[in-house]
Write a protein that binds this ligand. Structure first.
Ligand SMILES: Cc1cc2nc3c(=O)[nH]c(=O)nc-3n(C[C@H](O)[C@H](O)[C@H](O)COP(=O)(O)OP(=O)(O)OC[C@H]3O[C@@H](n4cnc5c(N)ncnc54)[C@H](O)[C@@H]3O)c2cc1C
Ligand code: FES
Length: 532
């Protein structure tokens, strides 16, 4: 099954122009492409942490499993993570209590604690070399947040049964002198690509099959097609980060956000391995308050890497705050340097996309209206634990085992109260549709230098244009094939991003992220800005 060495491997397969440290520091995880019709008990679509954990759990439970991945294993958002493995959720426990009540907030805590333990035990059981460490995590106030929020959160974590403590100081951050924090003891961190390699090896060893560069299409209750071949299955798990089997239902329950990461060298021993998070900018225009998340990772004999993330915005809407994508890194470096002055040269930078669910918790279970099609989505900034829970919960559903979290994570759940403002997000979506009639960012394709892209208006048409390094112009429709959103140019990851539900396309119009299933339609232009 492992790809034969005679076939070329494109180590650039990832969902953006910038390579994460994880992808850059590990061999691509590549298998053969599907080249024949096939039958299986369970078909899993998507080779990120959610799909691969599901494959591992099911094959371990004795089920016949085929996993298909249209890139390589980990080439989606999993390869762009920062891999904090934690039950300190990125929405507060006191908010979860408001939405779901105390009992269910405890379910959230229990399930994430279990996911963290599951990861640790699996790494030990499978002997996976992935730099896994148990480290303490510290949640501290963003300057815009109130002291009472931290106290409220501490009380809520205690009610949820978590072994948290309030500390008078934030370890290792002198710039936050005098500020207290909540300590979450014994959380986890690892090198995600090395972890995925370990899980993939175990899946294959136990008899599962993985095909890469194999794109699933036409998903039905009978299975799917991929690379022109038929895959028949009794159960189909769609673990594509955002579901590609559903046109509308799930996409009104979650919103795409772009988030940024820098990784800077820091002399070994200067900082203790830990996780740090602030509570997020309470004055942000976005419903999900952008927060900072920081950790350390092994680098070489002299340095560790300080990996710092944040500066989020809704996908395709960076300019609404007048902070273009590239400036997000500048802000992130400034914020990190102030708090961790030992940091030196920035060695890596990358960004990725997270799906923020309307009520803060992931959607894991049967796809609404389907009996044998299952989804894992709405991972939020907690996809390491949510993805792991996806595997655990779906395996229990498929094998008919009781599981205490099935109803809580059900994609069909009805949530009466939500965090933030649901109407605010809907209003934002409607505002994006107005982009049909607003002036676009460039007037003519002639304005584009090699390596640049943009959206051009030509009469009533919108064109996604990109000029490659050889000066060839590529032009496609800028109308998203999902539900008609107007795409925006992402200069940092060199992609066309849809602000509505987060579909993304390469410079040549190939779909990278769903829910859109098809590529952008090519448009020919005779000369710059003259459209046909
Ligand atoms: C910058 C950043 C930092 C983050 N930090 C953290 C963190 O510290 N802790 C944490 O818990 N979470 C974090 N997250 C979130 C977490 O990384 C993600 O939620 C998680 O990796 C998503 O995993 P997934 O398996 O659902 O999706 P993906 O990894 O995106 O996997 C889905 C896969 O499906 C494939 N696919 C799509 N369509 C098809 C098709 N038609 N056929 C076949 N394959 C298909 C894609 O190629 C992709 O590989 C972060 C995310 C980002 C972007
Ligand atoms: S992703 Fe839904 S319209 Fe573009």
């Amino acid at each position: 099954m492992q790809k034969s060495h005679s076939e070329p491997i494109d180590s650039n397969i990832t969902s953006g122009e910038n390579k994460s440290f994880w992808v850059a520091s590990a061999e691509p995880i590549v298998f053969n492409k599907l080249q024949q019709d096939i039958e299986t008990d369970v078909l899993i679509v998507g080779g990120g942490i959610a799909g691969l954990t599901t494959a591992y759990c099911l094959v371990k439970a004795g089920r016949q499993v085929v996993l298909v991945e249209d890139g390589y294993v980990g080439s989606g958002e999993t390869g762009r993570t920062t891999a904090h493995i934690t039950y300190a959720l990125d929405d507060r426990y006191f908010e979860l209590e408001k939405i779901f009540g105390e009992e269910k907030a405890r379910l959230a805590a229990d399930s994430h604690m279990a996911a963290l333990e599951w990861v640790g035990n699996t790494i030990m059981h499978e002997n996976i070399e992935c730099h896994f460490k148990r480290v303490d995590g510290y949640l501290f106030l963003h300057p815009t947040d109130k002291k009472e929020s931290l106290e409220k959160e501490y009380a809520a974590t205690q009610r949820a049964g978590l072994p948290t403590q309030m500390l008078a100081q934030i370890p290792s951050i002198a710039a936050e002198e005098g500020n207290s924090c909540i300590q979450f003891p014994q959380q986890g961190q690892f090198h995600i690509m090395k972890y995925l390699k370990g899980l993939s090896d175990a899946v294959i060893r136990m008899g599962g099959k993985i095909y890469t560069e194999t794109k699933a299409e036409d998903i039905t209750k009978e299975g799917a097609t991929a690379n022109g071949f038929e895959i028949k299955a009794n159960h189909i798990v769609v673990a594509t980060n955002t579901p590609i089997n559903d046109r509308v239902t799930m996409h009104t329950k979650q919103w795409p956000y772009r988030t940024y990461v820098i990784a800077a060298k820091v002399p070994k021993g200067k900082l203790t391995y830990s996780l740090w998070w602030d509570t997020g900018d309470q004055e942000s225009k976005w419903t999900s308050a952008p927060y900072h998340y920081v950790r350390l990772e092994e680098y070489d004999n002299e340095f560790d890497l300080l990996i710092s993330g944040g500066e989020d915005h809704k996908t395709g809407q960076a300019d609404d705050e007048h902070i273009p994508e590239e400036d997000r890194y500048i802000n992130l470096i400034e914020w990190t340097k102030k708090r961790f002055p030992a940091m030196e040269e920035v060695a890596y930078k990358w960004s990725g996309q997270v799906m923020e669910p309307v009520d803060s918790m992931a959607f894991i279970g049967k796809n609404p209206g389907d009996d044998n099609i299952y989804i894992i989505t709405g991972d939020s900034g907690n996809g390491m634990t949510h993805g792991t829970l996806g595997g655990i919960i779906l395996t229990d559903i498929i094998t008919g085992k009781e599981n205490p979290w099935v109803d809580f994570y059900s994609p069909s759940r009805i949530t009466l109260k939500t965090t933030g403002d649901y109407l605010h997000e809907v209003g934002n979506m409607v505002a994006q549709l107005v982009d049909w009639i607003t002036p676009s960012d460039i007037k003519k394709a002639e304005e584009l230098k090699p390596g640049e892209g943009g959206i051009i208006s030509a009469g009533l048409k919108k064109i996604a244009a990109y000029r490659d390094e050889e000066n060839n112009l590529h032009t496609c429709t800028a109308v998203c094939p999902h539900l008609g959103g107007i795409l925006q140019w992402n200069a940092e990851e060199k992609s066309f991003d849809c602000p509505l539900h987060g579909s993304r396309f390469t410079t040549e119009g190939k779909v990278i992220n769903g829910p859109a299933k098809s590529d952008l339609k090519k448009l020919e232009i005779k000369q710059d800005a003259e459209m046909h």
